[in-house]
Design a protein around this ligand. Structure first.
Ligand code: HEC
Length: 130
């Protein structure tokens, strides 16, 4: 029984993923943002530690900051990059030697995304906050 439920849930998730059409994406801005954010996953996972803090950890750290000001902060980070804010997290979570920490930063993403696309990515990111 358990096995069947497991298999069915796999089938459903597969279908949900494989079944996304361009039309679905155009209709749903959150989905659009999610697709655009695929490039972020080189460095950020939603939950797991990669070379950058997971999105849930980022959102948790700033949970008391109102969305409109946090949006501005993240917009800048995505557009122009970010450095130094997560040094402590990197030191504690990534086993990186002190000297190397200075070369760990988020490069500007403005060559890949225009302002509108950054806002779509932020719509998706903030949807995780709820
Ligand atoms: C090449 C790796 C890399 C890529 C690609 C990348 N990031 Fe980052 N990101 C980082 C690192 C490293 C940090 C920590 C920077 C710091 O210490 O200030 C960071 C920090 C952040 C922060 C926190 C900024 C703050 O004010 O604390 C946000 C939000 C963020 N990234 C979002 C994104 C999004 C969205 C994308 C995709 C559009 C993205 N990142 C792509 C490496 C990356």
């Amino acid at each position: 029984m358990k096995r069947a439920v497991f298999i069915i849930s796999i089938l459903i998730s597969f279908n949900a993923f494989g079944g996304i059409t361009q039309e679905d994406i155009d209709k749903n801005p959150i989905l659009k943002g999610k697709m655009l954010a695929k490039k972020c996953s080189w460095c950020h996972d939603i939950n797991k530690n990669l070379v950058a803090p997971p999105f849930r950890v980022i959102l948790e750290r700033y949970k008391d900051v109102p969305e409109n000001s946090l949006r501005k902060q993240f917009f800048q980070a995505i557009k122009n990059g970010s450095k130094g804010k997560w040094k402590k997290w990197m030191k504690e979570n990534l086993k990186i030697k002190m000297g190397k920490l200075d070369s760990m930063y988020m490069p500007p993403q403005k060559e890949y995304y225009n302002d509108e696309e950054i806002n779509l990515i932020l719509d998706w990111l903030f949807s995780l906050r709820k």
